[in-house]
Design a protein around this ligand. Structure first.
Ligand code: SF4
Length: 229
């Protein structure tokens, strides 16, 4: 593994941001949600599940539980059955019910708009909190690191770190704060279209000349397995 100098990282980060913005001028999350509560609900469900599957279920889920108050007293088995197709449904139901109750008890039934407050909700770690803050409030408190962001950042040499938290710190130093939410959305799209987990399309990638194309480490901690996410 070749570690890049800070100057090299800065240069690659600038080229990466320019290319991502050129390729995806107006990226948005694929999860459909109209309120902060809906986005939190959908983001929790999206762990280890495709956005398309989550989107196929959420219209009915949002109709049944439009607010944290509506969900808070729901029997766990009822919620489990409703979200079962998203996988890991018992864990997700426990977290969603815990989050709904805490929102009612501590935040007047509203989703708070600070990282510190969001991190007090059961099942909400930095990735989910960052997604909700940017998607629902337009706030760049951090840079959500999922499996695409982690893999692409490593291949490009922007980080040598293994955990999402440490990768996030490296990326926050390399990208302007105003771009953090967009970097996440754009890298997710880029990771599906070009820099795929298997067989990245380096031949047709505009970053090929600058990219060291490093193989991501096999022992890196999976991005989704932090704090009950
Ligand atoms: S050159 Fe290859 S490894 Fe580097 S960003 Fe492009 S697709 Fe990914």
């Amino acid at each position: 593994m070749k570690t890049l100098t800070n100057e090299q990282r800065v240069s690659i980060a600038e080229k990466t941001l320019a290319e991502l913005k050129r390729r995806y001028p107006a990226p948005e999350t694929n999860l459909r949600a109209d309120t902060p509560w809906q986005l939190l609900f959908a983001t929790v469900l999206s762990a280890q599940c495709t956005d398309a599957r989550v989107n196929s279920l959420t219209p009915e889920l949002f109709r049944r539980w439009p607010t944290p108050q509506a969900l808070a007293d729901t029997p766990p088995e009822t919620l489990e059955e409703a979200i079962r197709p998203t996988g890991f449904y018992r864990n997700k139901a426990r977290n969603l019910l815990g989050a709904a109750r805490r929102l009612c008890e501590a935040y007047g039934g509203e989703v708070p708009n600070t990282l510190e407050e969001l991190l007090t909700l059961p099942g909400v770690a930095r990735k989910t909190a960052n997604c909700v803050l940017y998607g629902a409030f337009g706030i760049n408190a951090g840079l959500a690191v999922d499996t695409h962001v982690r893999r692409i950042s490593y291949r490009l040499g922007l980080t040598d770190e293994r955990t999402p938290e440490a990768v996030e710190q490296d990326l926050m130093r390399l990208f302007p704060r105003s771009e953090w939410g967009g970097v996440n959305h754009r890298m997710v799209l880029f990771g599906r279209d070009v820099c795929r987990a298997r067989r990245p399309d380096c031949e047709n990638c505009a970053l090929a000349a600058a990219c060291p194309k490093r193989e991501p480490p096999k022992d890196a901690a999976p991005a989704r397995k932090t704090k009950k996410e």
